[in-house]
Design a protein around this ligand. Structure first.
Ligand code: NDP
Length: 227
């Protein structure tokens, strides 16, 4: 059976990815900052809880070492933050919050790819998936604002696009996904869709992907988004 690693598994989209893959019998490596408090994951069959704060790069390396014998078929970089909401306004930008947002949303997913490349190479499916956002799209930016978040996700997309080229010869497909506007803590109650629909769509996109799709920026329904 296949194995998926999910970051930010404690709630929201990460939790839903874990539930859906586990229900299909996949082995799920559910990474979260406080596994001891991840009540919603405790006791689900096929789920292995692992402690990981993606801002802690030494921990990313030690986790990769701890599970070095485990092949990973699909690695899902899901953990992300919007960034301190008060730090987004032009004229009062919070540069420390911006740096933290870049660390978690941009650098950590690339670091995950570096650390877990051997595991992905040993997996059968070889998919490196990153949950980005339509707010990364420069072409689609018609409303401005959200500078911390937009820049972190745009840079993330640029990094993952490069990885899609760098890792192609290894047979690793890199997918950059927009989950839709989803009812989670980040998306808020007015969002358009629920996590179940978003994640089932993204799982379909991942399952149907071929190496030709590597480096694409896709919505949860499979449609292509502009950079
Ligand atoms: P939530 O805020 O509901 O959940 C965020 C998850 O990320 C939590 O599990 C949180 O863990 C985890 N996380 C945050 N920082 C870290 C860290 N340093 N190390 C490990 N885990 C961390 O957000 P969503 O589920 O909505 O978002 C998931 C992804 O989807 C994000 O990348 C987001 O940018 C993206 N996205 C979401 C949209 C939406 O409408 N919801 C729209 C577009 C993109 P903890 O519980 O420990 O805080």
């Amino acid at each position: 059976m296949a194995t998926v690693l999910v970051t930010g598994a404690s709630r929201g989209l990460g939790l839903e990815f874990c539930k859906q893959y586990a229900a299909e019998g996949w082995e799920v490596l559910a990474c979260c900052r406080q596994p001891e408090k991840a009540d919603k994951l405790a006791g689900i069959a096929n789920v292995r809880l692992l402690s990981l704060d993606v801002a802690d790069f030494a921990r990313i390396d030690s986790l990769a070492k701890e599970i070095r014998e485990t092949p990973i078929d699909v690695l899902i970089n899901n953990a992300g933050i919007y960034g301190d909401i008060s730090g987004h306004g032009f004229g009062q930008l919070d540069y420390a919050a911006w740096a933290k947002t870049l660390l978690i949303n941009t650098q950590a997913p690339v670091k995950m790819a570096e650390a877990f490349l051997p595991h992905l190479q040993r997996g059968k499916l070889k998919r490196l998936v990153t949950v980005s956002s339509q707010m990364a799209s420069i072409a689609d930016n018609g409303s401005g604002g959200s500078i911390l978040y937009r820049t972190s996700k745009a840079a993330l997309n640029a990094g993952m696009k490069s990885l899609s080229i760098d890792l192609k010869d290894l047979g690793i497909g890199v997918l950059i996904l927009h989950p839709g506007w989803v009812k989670t803590d980040m998306g808020g109650p007015n969002a358009l869709i629920d996590a179940e629909l978003s994640v089932s769509g993204m799982r379909r996109v991942i399952a149907d992907s071929t190496l030709r799709d590597s480096g694409s920026f896709l919505k949860y329904d499979g449609s292509i988004l502009p950079w």
